[in-house]
Design a protein around this ligand. Structure first.
Ligand code: APR
Length: 277
């Protein structure tokens, strides 16, 4: 996974003006009309989707990378050089402050009403699938069925040879986990590291969903990290309607049919309510 090249320190962009209740509902109505007319709606969520569950985003005013700086891009090559050493260092050495802050937030996080609204939208057939960049497993917990976790899932381990995934359960490995019981390969957290290619299975599944989409709801993503973010432009190039739900303008905004300056926790329940009428 790579960020956009030459990442300037995040500008700490502040949210755009939200508008009145009437303006909010008018935009929700616009989105609802597009969703109703669409045959295949795919959600693409980013860290902003989980902010209202207490998990900090990475970029923007309250972002982890804004606070601690963007991490090095060689995490995965480090791991591959010496997996056992990586696991042991992880146990014995001081863990980066941003990892500690993110891990503490992840441990206590629960889905919020926006996650549950997405699951309901899927249940009622207004959303066909969700590709999330988040590793927090909150979408699964909220009941999303057709879910692709393109950056992995923090509650799983994955073999880097055959891709087999197993649940971590409550046990966090304090030493290198056993080799893959399918192929004997090296095992790591399922979460995709910087510099790690997106596993073929989730990349192919995500692309297949995007190729079917005639509408993409981009929710809480700065749309800056390829290849996940690239899928949004691929969708647009294929004629899909792109809708953005984000308090802040992003690089995606210029290609969006509708940009709703609201939060996931506010907008998605309103969208569900509007579509249920
Ligand atoms: N509701 C909706 N959007 C929000 C909210 C909210 N409550 N709060 C913040 N946002 C928006 C921000 O304005 C920002 O545009 O969410 C976006 C979060 O952007 P990033 O922090 O860059 O997160 P994301 O786009 O998911 O980053 C992609 O980068 O570091 C990697 O692996 C990490 O998966 C992540 C990837």
């Amino acid at each position: 996974m790579t960020s956009e090249p030459a990442q300037r320190p995040s500008s700490g962009q502040s949210p755009s003006p939200r508008g009145s209740e009437e303006e909010l509902q008018a935009t929700i109505d616009q989105i609802a009309a597009i969703v109703t007319e669409s045959d295949y709606v795919v959600g693409m969520t980013g860290a902003g989707m989980s902010v209202e569950s207490g998990i900090p985003p990475f970029r923007g005013a309250d972002g982890l990378w804004t606070k601690y700086g963007t991490p090095r891009m060689d995490g995965y090559s480090d791991f591959k050089k010496d997996p056992t050493g990586w696991w042991n260092r992880r146990t014995n050495e001081k863990i980066d402050a941003h990892i500690v802050e993110l891990r503490d937030a992840l441990t206590n996080a629960e889905p919020h009403k926006g996650h549950y609204a997405l699951a309901e939208l899927e249940k009622q057939g207004s959303l066909q699938s969700l590709v999330t960049q988040n590793i927090d497993a909150l979408d699964e917990k909220a009941g999303l069925q057709n879910l692709i976790e393109i950056h992995g899932n923090r509650t799983k381990l994955r073999c880097i040879e055959c891709g087999d995934r197993v649940s971590l359960g409550d046990f966090v490995p304090l030493f290198a986990p056993d080799p893959c019981n399918q192929c004997g390969g090296v095992v790591k957290f399922d979460t995709v590291m910087f510099g790690e290619p997106i596993p073929d299975d989730v990349m192919a599944a995500s692309r297949a969903e995007i190729d079917k989409a005639d509408c993409v709801l981009a929710i809480g993503t700065s749309a800056t990290v390829r290849p996940a973010s690239g899928l949004l432009w691929i969708a647009e190039a294929s004629g899909a309607t792109i809708i953005e739900i984000n308090p802040t303008e992003t690089k995606l905004t210029p290609i969006c049919e509708v940009s709703l300056r609201s939060t996931a926790g506010e907008a998605l329940p309103l969208l569900l309510q509007t579509l249920a009428i």
